[in-house]
Design a protein around this ligand. Sequence first.
Ligand code: 5GP
Length: 202
Amino acid sequence: MNKGIPLIVSGPSGCGKDTLLRVLFEKYPQVKFSISAVTRPKRGSDTEDGKYRFVTREQFEQMLRDDELLEHNEYVGNYYGTPRQPVSDAVNNGSDIVLEIDVNGAAQIREKLPEAVSVFIMPPSMDSLRGRLTGRGTEASEVVEQRLAQAISEIGRAGEYDYIVINDDLQTAADEIYSILTAEKAKYKNNKNFINEVLNNA
Ligand code: 5GP
């Protein structure tokens, strides 16, 4: 059996990444999602989407000491991190798994998992980004400003990624992400196990 692909997905806050990933998982339910541990307070929409495991700062620091996290980052005053075990389980079971993480986390993953593939989601314009950040209405204006400044600096690092997907039409963007996985899975280096299994049965 071939291994699954760890797929890093990053994009600035306000690029519509959450909605896009929801469409991706609806259309392609076989793709898994890596649930991050996070110390930030819950927002209204967090309860339904199950993206995060909410922990205290002390619990997070314990996870770090126990080396349970593949990567972590501090973002706007809160810790975010990727638990190691679910990612290695998915990959070893042949499942593709999306790691929705920021640019700093992505850089750490590239060091630790060179086989990871990375996609940067771009908003179609700066206006749409600003509109989504202010329209969300869930955060104080200084947090929105912080997120906007962070977004601009994150876009400056888009060149670190293997692929760019523009999130204009959701369905098209979700299909593009899945096409990336399909193409990556067809690479020779990702088919060595399969080829050996076939040859061993010759
Ligand atoms: P939000 O608070 O809006 O849900 O997420 C803020 C940022 O944290 C986003 O850029 C998101 O991609 C990133 N993020 C979410 N989970 C993780 C994680 O496990 N590790 C890292 N490094 N960033 C994460």
